[in-house]
Design a protein around this ligand. Structure first.
Ligand code: NI
Length: 183
């Protein structure tokens, strides 16, 4: 296992369209994912896409723990707001509801900053796990946001290019001034 170097905004690997993974069960893919998990945990991130560690393949990891989900949800609503640590190979997203929701995002490739981004609030995603089995889930809230953010990396997009209002690109140390809009 190893902590990998994370590409930062401006590195060309972050603007490429990544290539499909030919075989999600290949041993080298598992080794890459193990290193990506270690890298993401070390950097305290919620998600990481392979191009961020200089590997232009369609593969992301993410997690949407309960403490990141919207407070005040009913128990039966929590299901698609959360996800365990997941590796998704060759992911595809379907928007289920065009209504969008704004939220603050950060990115390990854009260190120190936060931006307010509108994204569809309800999606379905599909891809493969490292066992080659299909993973298909619906997602809302932070869960929907993190998956869309990570899959954007596979198409060479960083969240600032999704922003409508660039005045809401701020240093994370100043985010306290944005509350309660950041909740
Ligand atoms: Ni990112």
């Amino acid at each position: 296992m190893a902590i990998l170097k994370i590409a930062r905004m401006g590195h060309p690997v972050l603007t490429q369209v990544a290539q499909p993974v030919p075989d999600p069960t290949a041993p080298e893919i598992r080794l890459l994912v193990n290193d990506m998990v270690e890298t993401m945990m070390d950097a305290n991130g919620a998600g990481l896409a392979a191009p961020q560690v200089h590997v232009p393949l369609r593969l992301v990891i993410f997690q949407a723990p309960g403490e990141r989900s919207d407070p005040g949800l009913e128990e039966e609503e929590k299901f698609d707001h959360t996800a365990p640590l997941t590796c998704l190979v060759n992911p595809e997203i379907t928007v289920l509801d065009a209504a969008s929701e704004g939220g603050w995002e950060g990115c390990l490739s854009v260190p120190g900053l936060r931006g307010f981004v509108e994204r569809p609030a309800h999606i379905r995603y599909k891809g493969f796990g490292l066992d080659g089995k299909v993973i298909e889930r619906t997602a809302r809230g932070f869960h929907a946001r993190v998956v869309q953010h990570e899959v954007d990396h596979l198409d060479g997009r960083l969240y600032p290019s999704r922003m409508d209002d660039i005045s809401k690109l701020i240093f994370e140390s100043e985010i306290r001034h944005m509350k309660p809009a950041s909740e």
